[in-house]
Design a protein. Structure first.
Length: 265
């Protein structure tokens, strides 16, 4: 019934940069990859959303692909599988055989049909080897990986089968960003938010974001450091080298459905 003033967490400069980046990517790669849309979210490690681009042009489509779209995260889901393996006794230097496999008729293949023999888990994640992720999923069990996903902030329905290791279940971009932010925060749970405060026309505060953020430790800090180091290798020498900058970054790429979905987190 009255005017209100809403203070958000959005940063207009970061927002403008994100919008420009999505527009440039769609215009640059749209024809060759047959794509017409892109989306982005930028979140600080305490969950504050500083930029959100739900699509290339709000005038053409009001659909918010960050919050509403269920997209296959592809290999960007693998760090969750690897982190679950670390919880079950594996370590970054554990070795495992990369070779063609078939499990109850399921025959995942590596990109380009390349296989590297005995590799460490760090090497396997750096090269994003599908066979290794599936073997780890089989070892720890899909339910364990789903349980870890829930602790990291993913609430989307996840199919409890081996293909989940390759990101076959659709997950909103916001939830994937939340999971990565939880890792980036040292295993402390992250809850995304975009509103700092709401005041009425008299200047009275009718809502204020709690200043005390959650401090629930949902993954052991030591294991988070290990998976972070493995994801730094992805950016330094693996599938994520395009994300190198003047700072140390940890991340993971992901593609699915012949590049219909292409991720970097």
């Amino acid at each position: 019934e009255e005017d209100i003033v809403v203070q958000t967490t959005l940063d207009k400069d970061v927002q403008a940069t994100a919008e420009a980046a999505i527009t440039k990517a769609v215009l640059t790669y749209g024809e060759s990859y047959k794509l017409s849309q892109g989306a982005a979210v930028v979140m600080t490690l305490d969950g504050a959303v500083v930029a959100m681009v739900g699509g290339r042009d709000y005038g053409l489509s009001e659909y918010n692909r960050v919050t509403n779209a269920l997209r296959s995260p592809g290999s960007s889901f693998k760090p969750i599988v690897y982190l679950s393996a670390l919880e079950h006794g594996w370590n970054p230097n554990s070795t495992i055989m990369d070779a063609p496999i078939s499990i109850n008729g399921y025959t995942p293949q590596n990109y380009g049909h390349e296989y590297y023999g005995e590799v460490t888990l760090t090497q396997a994640l750096t090269r994003s080897l599908n066979t290794i992720s599936v073997q780890l999923m089989q070892d720890v069990g899909p339910q364990e990986v789903i349980g870890l996903s829930r602790r990291l902030g993913i609430t989307a329905e996840l199919e409890p089968n081996l293909s989940l290791a390759l990101g076959a279940s659709g997950v909103p971009m916001m939830e994937m960003a939340t999971a990565y932010a939880t890792i980036g925060r040292g295993g402390v749970a992250v809850e995304p938010f975009a509103i700092v405060s709401i005041k009425n026309s008299k200047g009275e505060t009718v809502y204020e974001q709690p200043s005390e953020r959650s401090a629930r430790q949902v993954v052991a800090r030591g294991l988070v450091y290990q998976i972070t180091g493995m994801m730094q290798s992805v950016v330094q020498r693996g599938t994520g080298t395009a994300a190198q900058g003047p700072w140390m970054a940890a991340g993971k790429t992901g593609t699915s459905q012949e590049f219909r979905d292409a991720w970097f987190i």
